[in-house]
Design a binder for this molecule. Sequence first.
Ligand SMILES: *Cc1c(COP(=O)(O)O)cnc(C)c1O
Length: 413
Amino acid sequence: MSELSRNFFLDLDRCDELASFRDEFHLPEDLIYLDGNSLGAMPLSAKQRAIDVVEREWGQDLITSWNKNNWFHLAEKLGDKIARLIGVGLGEVMACDATGINLYKLLAMALDMRPDRKVIVMEGSNFPTDNYTAQGLIKHLDRGHQIRFAEKDDILTAITDDVAVVSLTQVHYKTGHLLDMEEITNKAHEVGALVIWDLCHSAGALAVDLNNCNADFALGCGYKYLNGGPGAPAFIFVARRHQGKAMQPLTGWWGHAAPFAFEKDYRPADNIQQTLTGTQPILSLAVLECGLEIFERADMAKIREKSMNLCDYFIGLVEEHCEEYGLSLATTRHREERGSQVSFQHEKGFAIMQALIASKVVGDFRAPDIIRFGFTPLYTRYVDVWDAVICLKNIMENELWRKPEYNQLTAVT
Ligand SMILES: *Cc1c(COP(=O)(O)O)cnc(C)c1O
């Protein structure tokens, strides 16, 4: 890579077919934002949409908005927009609740569908809320379920014929490693198990093809690559063949077959509606739609190609310019085997990231020693990759991370 210069990256931006999408986001001046995998940037349209929902829909139309402004069907409408991004059909996805809550619902459904089996296969190093949620559910059910933790290379061998459900995150939050969805789903089905895919770091980052893999269930986050805003509703997918086959445990009126019949007893809807529990956060859903509308005009194949390029260049430049500073790559070099992020390990990782953030290059730190950079092709430029690496080089070369203010722990990393 040694012949590359900043101009080379400016040229790539000039030829980039996705470049104009950047204008649809609000990004603070001079900020290189490489944390869209944690909190996506704000679509410019979100502000006006929020004002409109507050002033007109809520302020003026009040309760009539449930029909007049389609509030009642918003979760399903947004679900249908997410469907295309994850390779499933209309009526198979709802935008609702939080990631962890959706996982709870799906795990309970899946365990109900395999009553004679007691094992859940999960990745121990996954983002912990998934594991915590499974542990809470098992304890609550008290039917002798257990989690069999396996790391990426032994997942396939962990899937034996006592497994009820395999519940995995497709792209690892720390390393960015991308699991083979098709191979794992096939193996699970071969032994009679069901599969839940967590798409938190996949949806909007790469084209997911759930139905092509015959996946059973999935869920994911609205505030990362989908740019839905802080705490945006998550999504939940139930393959049509499973809809109405098992009950989810959070049986509120929105999941009832006839919510407005106000019947005494719960009767689940036999379609995707069954995944709902209660009244959804309309303001948050409305703003999430702004992020999804941008994706309707973007080609996922081009997003994936640019994402792989951005990551490859970043790895190459860090290794070239920061070689002597002890940063070791924690992400695979094989572009087909990673999501849209690159992580490096360094024992001073926390302080290095604080120094980067102070220099307006925003990534994040994951304990104990990972610095993580997310690449969001809709608004990250090629030149940002160059500028970020030069900034990192300056911090390493001059040991700027030694400053005391970069070594004070913060509540959120
Ligand atoms: C981001 C993320 C979550 C977030 O869960 P919340 O319920 O939204 O707090 C869960 N699981 C994984 C794998 C994630 O990456």
